[in-house]
Design a protein around this ligand. Sequence first.
Ligand SMILES: [Zn+2]
Length: 140
Amino acid sequence: MANVTLACQFCGKLNRIDVRKASLRPKCAECAKPFLLDRPVKVAEEQFDTSILKAEVPVLVDFYADWCAPCRAMAPILDEIAERNVGRMLVAKVDTDRSPAISQRYGIRSIPFFGRFEKGQLVKTAVGAVGREGLQALVD
Ligand SMILES: [Zn+2]
């Protein structure tokens, strides 16, 4: 099984999606707009547990903020990883300014903070501008 539950970026409706079929451009059941899984998916604080902890595939999460320069520097590398691993894992972005409870739960004091989640557990982390190799270590 490789299902994830994601909120539609357009209408907010929660959809259950098989990431193995991501290349078929799954559509929202409510508004029929596509889910683009070949790029990082923004996950809001309210959906964190549903989308990330309950995902049936590993999830690489970028905890970031818009004002953080090292976060912006890492963004293109994250985009690349999302594209290269589509169908195998989910790559997500969590805005720490809008997710204070999540930041507190994982003790995130410095960003960018990258975490690999498996079956609801945070299993690997990397903090800072860790470069391509640093992020790749969370994929393998
Ligand atoms: Zn929708």
